[in-house]
Design a protein around this ligand. Structure first.
Ligand SMILES: C=CC1=C(C)c2cc3[nH]c(cc4nc(cc5[nH]c(cc1n2)c(C)c5CCC(=O)O)C(CCC(=O)O)=C4C)c(C)c3C=C
Ligand SMILES: [Fe+2]
Ligand SMILES: [Fe+2]
Length: 355
């Protein structure tokens, strides 16, 4: 079908009389999804965001009868203040939004340009968030209104975790449940071993190292953690993270001693995946004498509170207090051209047979 026919199909139906509803179809939507971020760093927007996030059973799977009173009465009275202060320290004040929002918009704009250049007006690209705004439901609705009868849903997490990819997909399918004409749907799987993603990571390491006077003693790959129990119950996140580190090491041509895997952002009293980044960087400085380290966060497709504040402030402080001297944070891939190319490659693979 050529594009002239496409336009006709979207607006005209040969059998449609004057009272027939206008029907749009024939387009493919690519809906990028990230975690979500508060609308503002003040108390109520923070409470709304954290409340929605931390009520998700994919994130915290305790019985709601025990968890909800604890969450509503204790955690949500305190954490909006401490997290709000952390968000304030990294906020994009000019745009009035968090860095995760700004970067996601930049990524979407670049992916849209690349996809439109390749497929023209047959494709629609947009982004949504799992928690907060813009909601998954509103964006699915908008894509259908624009004539998408096929949607490829892309959770922007290189590694699968129930707490991220699966809950994003759940929300996508919940949105589809409400549609009279449900579009055909595909969800894009994790891309933790995709060669173009590994190459984009390697290029970002090489670029950062080229600017340093002395090569760091070790590269710490710090991944967002999850409770250890989730691994024991079958979540492959741990193994996918380990594989990304190994592939990155192989692509860089490094020895085992030059790179390691750690997990950050522990929440609550339960044991999470180990080693914890905040402890491991201190141990590296104190016990292994590694005074010059670099940290990269391969599980995050965009810089956010967990990288800009936690790694670059808290984790750096822990390293320096333990005698560390040089700490380099390597930014996330964000809207780097190599990253955008990798993501477009993943999208292309998942569009096969549809466009
Ligand atoms: C409480 C349990 C949490 C689990 C499990 C978890 C997994 C997880 N999260 C990400 C990515 C991001 N998390 C972000 C923020 C964030 N995460 C948690 C808690 C859990 N995450 C909280 C409470 C918060 C909010 C900030 C805070 O109060 O500390 C973000 C950043 C959002 C932003 O606006 O910048 C991202 C991204 C992954 C990849 C993951 C498991 C694999
Ligand atoms: Fe998180
Ligand atoms: Fe594993």
């Amino acid at each position: 079908m050529n594009m002239m026919n496409m336009t006709a199909l979207e607006t005209e139906l040969p059998h449609a009389g004057p009272d027939h509803p206008k029907v749009k179809f024939g387009k493919v939507g690519v809906l990028l999804a990230n975690l979500g971020t508060p609308d503002d760093y003040t108390y109520w927007p923070m409470r709304r965001y954290l409340g929605e996030f931390l009520s998700d059973k994919r994130v915290i799977d305790y019985s709601p009868f025990i968890w909800q009173p604890l969450l509503q009465l204790i955690i949500l009275t305190k954490r909006p203040f401490s997290s709000g202060a952390a968000y304030k320290s990294i906020w994009n004040h000019e745009a009035g939004e968090s860095p995760l929002m700004t970067i996601t918009k930049d990524q979407t704009a670049k992916i849209t340009d690349a996809m439109k250049a390749k497929y023209g007006d047959r494709i629609e690209v947009d982004f949504c968030m799992r928690y907060g705004n813009p909601s998954t439901k509103s964006k699915v609705r908008q894509m259908i209104e624009r004539g998408c009868d096929k949607i490829v849903f892309f959770p922007l997490y290189p590694h699968y975790a129930g707490a991220t990819s699966a809950t994003a997909n759940d929300q996508f399918f919940r949105a589809l449940m409400e549609e009279k004409w449900q579009p055909s749907a595909r969800t894009i799987p994790a891309y933790f071993e995709n060669p173009a993603y590994i190459d984009a990571l390697a290029q970002s390491v090489e670029r950062s190292y080229a600017q340093l006077e002395k090569k760091p003693d070790i590269l710490v790959c710090s991944y967002h953690g999850v409770p250890k129990r989730y691994l024991m119950e079958g979540d492959p996140y741990h193994c996918q993270c380990q594989k990304t580190t190994r592939l990155l090491k192989e692509r860089l041509g490094w020895a085992d001693t030059e790179i390691c895997t750690t997990f950050q952002s522990k929440f609550g009293p339960e044991e999470w995946l180990k080693p914890y980044t905040v402890e491991e960087v201190a141990r590296l400085a104190e016990e292994d004498g590694k005074k010059n380290i670099a940290v990269i966060a391969p599980a995050f497709s965009a810089d956010c509170i967990e990288t800009l504040e936690e790694i670059n402030e808290e984790i750096k402080e822990s390293f320096e207090e333990a005698g560390g001297e040089h700490f380099t944070y390597i930014p996330c891939l964000n809207d780097d051209d190599a990253h955008i190319n990798a993501l477009c490659g993943v999208i292309d693979d998942n569009l096969k047979g549809w466009i």
